[in-house]
Design a protein around this ligand. Sequence first.
Ligand code: 5AD
Length: 362
Amino acid sequence: MLQKNIQKIDKKTILEYLEATGQKQAELFSLSKKIKEATFKNKVHFRGIIEFSNLCQNNCFYCGIRKGNKKTHRYKMSLSEIEQTLDFIDQSDYGSVVFQSGEIQTKVWRDYLLKIVTLTKKKYPKMGITISCGEQDHEFYKKLRQAGADRYLLRIETSNPALYKKLHPKNMSWDNRYKCLQSLKKLDYQVGTGIMVGLPGQKLDDLVDDLIFFKDNKFDMYGLGPYVVHDNTPLVTPSVKKAWKKNKEQIFNRTLNFLAIMRIMFPKANIAAATALDVFNPLGRIKVLEISANIIMPVVTPTKRRKDYLLYEGKPCISEGADDCYDCLTSKIKNWGLEPVFGEQGNSPFYYQKKHGQTKRI
Ligand code: 5AD
């Protein structure tokens, strides 16, 4: 009954379970866990994430690396620095890489990203390549795909265009972001999107609409997490910060419940456990891997860069190295009864099902 009601997005049920705690939450988690295990067993796939540049032309009101934050030291990793990081991913046998950066649309920058992808494909032809570099145009997405990119992550941030407008400057538009997602789909990427849970001004109804948006658009992957304050952003006034701190527990709970609901709705999609979950609880990501997600993205960015890639406050692991994150995450995963998988790309079963009408072996 619960499964059916969630899968048909019965609003009353969703609203009730988004706020669930105690016994009710346990019931939700046990169902989502069962559904996750039917597809993924207890396997966890990795993507080493390289935050290769924090240069950004945008001014999203919530984000710590927005252009207007003059307190951030800007960097772009050199090709050889990236290559060394890729070597680490290869040695760790993570199977996939994510290249993430702020959004820049100049030709010079695009050529650079193409170079990075080409180099990766050439040196590590078996490595899955995900890009997370924001809104670009169809032609460039096409070039990246041809150069060897397999997947693209672009969060819609919220499915509500009016809320989107409140969180972004005038030159950014929800419609364009949505257009980008459609382009990526046409180009046969595995497409991932997501939202932030707990955004100032976000209503529970918005979260229901986000689920409807996901269902209507059939994405292959989801990466979503809680909103976390960052002082040097226009969204954060003393009163917003106070309210966020007060509601921290509720935001975390809501995110867990949202992710459990997502898994029940999308049994075969790849769902990543967002790093921001660990701001709330050091086992945040691991808990989500137990009840919903099948993907984790260990940060492999060189330590000296990490403090400059702060999208939000309290980001974990900023003084750690890639090897620390490897040790910490693999042991946490194992201790929790989950199985880290090495040497596989861990592609989205939903993507294969869409293409071939059947699920590829995970
Ligand atoms: N809190 C949580 N997530 C954030 N992101 C940006 N700023 C924040 C924040 N303050 C997320 C956005 C973006 C992704 C790369 O990081 O959803 O798409």
